[in-house]
Write a protein that binds this ligand. Structure first.
Ligand code: AGP
Length: 589
């Protein structure tokens, strides 16, 4: 995983490439590198570490040339080291290759490349040596890349440059994204448009199995059969400064602050599309949500809403497990795939399987033109702008907003749904202003604990799970979220003096039962943090939420939990934007 970028223009590309990589580093990385071509020579600098450290250590800023490729690596095969960092070079230092994805048959390919000198432990290095084998005199680089990739099994987005053909970048992809950006001074190819938004918003998507030849004068797309394709150009409706911190210390805080606006933008959809989706959901014999992580928790809320408001029962299947349930998927099934990035490998695999079985695919994604969007029969875009923090925050709220809108539409109450969710978005603004200091204090109080539990009932169970996921992924405090009623079936054994228990207990019909469960933890010494519109004697600390109708509580209870996770990470000295071992876009299975 990680990210790749290639850039070619009429002037030096080095700083443009580094800026692009800087925009991609949020995807998760532990090493970085770039390679450029100038005056018939290849120049390459790479190392382990974060991009800014590598820049200094390897003096990357000075690499000359009008064409180059760059990579931020998130290690899958081989330790984090300079030799395992990309780009990789062929035996003669003529070709440089950067790769995202996994080469499944790398062992077999490596064994067949006997005469070559391998320097790394990566699966990716086989690619450059394979290309080298096919790059005979007179053969253009794109031809060599296409021939080499015929031998490869697995997933890839790969970029190659050669000192023999300066001014040319060849790219190809299978199951990993690649988007082309066509600008005035520079042309780009990258894992996602965010890498080059400040230069151009005019994009075209490379299709699975395609090869791209990028030069300063334009781009050529070649399909698997060797035919040229002329893709449609589109515009990414994002501004590059949306992907900057805009004065905030961390992206995550900026993105939480954007929640109310993100909700309103998510609701701003073409009504006809929403009606059409709602009808499709109602008509389908069976509806299955599939998603991972936070997006799956949004699906759990969606399941509840569809049932409560429209009497439509759906199931939620974790995308990494979807495959194992596919026997029950058929042409009468509607699959709803939820994914911020639109590139999560497990979701893509599930959607592929569902398509094979003849199911209809609806998706909710944020990334324009992403793989999941392009594999779907219909897509609703979340429209929340770039989300850079690895922790999903505003995108989760946008997912919820779309699910509320759909559920109300299914109940023939579209206008009411939009109006009520818009109102809740303003309540969230009030709540954020009110709770800042309190949440910082609670974060300081729990900072040395090794475990934390989140309890809730009904529709808020998904929020307990999401609160726990947020806390553990960025603060590294072990956390579990569960239905409060499950506590006595095992977890209660772990409650001891001082264990923090966050109880999501809004004043709805679950209030008394949830508090009774909280009391059971309190009796065993728990430090109880209540999330409620009313302070209760049982709470050691209280996070005040706005009062709302029962079904809207997920919207008002989750933002304080996102903030609690944020402050916990910061007080423990961690960067909440880039948690260890995690990547924003999980493009490998
Ligand atoms: C959330 O904070 C996580 N970073 C993670 O669980 C994420 O939601 C998951 O990887 C799914 O990503 P997607 O929405 O882009 O598919």
């Amino acid at each position: 995983m990680g990210g790749i970028i290639g850039c070619v223009g009429n002037g030096p590309v080095c700083t443009v490439l580094l800026r692009g990589l800087n925009r991609l580093e949020y995807r998760g990385h532990d090493s970085a590198g770039i390679a450029t071509v100038s005056d018939g020579s290849l120049h390459c600098g790479k190392d382990a570490g974060r991009l800014d450290e590598v820049c200094v250590k390897q003096d990357l800023v000075g690499l000359p040339g009008n064409a180059g490729i760059g990579h931020v690596r998130w290690a899958t095969h081989g330790e984090v080291s300079r030799l395992n960092a990309h780009p990789h070079l062929d035996c003669h230092g003529e070709i440089a290759v950067a790769h995202n994805g996994i080469v499944d048959n790398h062992d077999e390919l490596r064994a067949g490349l006997g005469g070559h000198r391998f320097l790394s432990q990566t699966d990716s290095e086989v690619l450059v040596h394979l290309i080298e084998d096919h790059y005979q005199p007179g053969v253009p680089l794109e031809e060599a890349v296409m021939q080499a990739l015929q031998k490869v099994r697995g997933s890839y987005a790969v970029l190659a440059i050669s000192s023999r053909e300066p001014g040319k970048i060849v790219g190809s992809r299978r199951e990993c994204p690649l988007v082309v950006g066509l600008g005035k001074d520079y042309n780009f190819i990258a894992s996602e448009g965010v890498a080059f938004l400040e230069h151009t918003r005019t994009v075209a998507f490379v299709e699975d199995g395609e090869t791209l030849v990028l030069e300063a004068g334009g781009a050529r797309f070649i399909d698997e059969a060797g035919r040229e394709r002329y893709p449609e150009l589109s515009n990414i409706d994002w501004k590059w400064d949306q992907a900057t911190k805009q004065g905030y210390e961390y992206y995550m805080m900026k993105e939480i602050a954007e929640v109310p606006e993100a909700i309103r933008r998510a609701l701003d959809q073409d009504k006809a599309v929403v009606l059409d989706m709602a009808m499709n959901i109602l008509r389908a014999r069976q509806v299955v949500f599939t998603a991972c992580g936070t997006s799956r928790y949004a699906a759990l809320v969606g399941r509840y809403l569809f049932s409560k408001l429209a009497g439509k029962f759906c199931d939620v299947v974790m995308a990494s497990e979807f495959h194992y349930f596919s026997d029950s998927i058929d042409k009468n099934t509607l699959v709803i795939a939820i994914s911020q990035s639109g590139e999560t490998a497990d979701v893509i695999q599930g959607v592929k399987k569902a398509r094979e079985k003849g199911a209809t695919i609806l998706s909710m994604v944020n990334m324009y033109g992403s793989s999941i969007a392009r594999m779907s029969d219909r897509t609703i875009y979340l429209n929340c702008g770039p989300e850079i923090g690895v922790a999903a925050t505003k995108s989760f709220m946008s997912q919820l907003a779309v699910l509320y809108m759909l559920a109300f539409t299914m109940a023939n109450r579209y206008d009411e749904g939009v109006q009520k969710v818009t109102h809740v978005s303003t309540q969230i603004e009030t709540e954020m202003k009110r709770n800042g200091n309190r949440l910082q204090r609670i974060a300081a109080l729990i900072k040395d604990q090794h475990s934390c539990y989140f309890l809730a009932r009904g529709i808020n169970f998904a929020i307990a799970a999401e609160g726990a996921l947020k806390l553990k992924e960025i603060s590294y405090i072990h956390a579990e979220g569960m239905p409060a009623g499950e506590l006595k079936h095992g977890t209660l054994a772990l409650i001891e003096e001082g264990t923090p228990v966050v109880v999501i207990s809004p004043r709805d019909f679950t209030f008394n039962e949830t508090l009774a469960n909280a009391a059971e933890t309190k009796a065993r010494g728990a430090f109880v943090v209540g999330v409620s519109e009313e302070r209760h004697a049982i709470f050691d600390e209280w996070i005040e939420i706005e009062s709302s109708e029962e079904i809207f509580y997920p919207l008002v209870t989750v933002v304080p939990l996102q903030l609690l996770a944020y402050y916990s990470a910061v007080v423990r000295g961690h960067n909440p934007d880039q948690p260890r071992n995690l990547a924003k876009s999980v493009t490998v299975k």
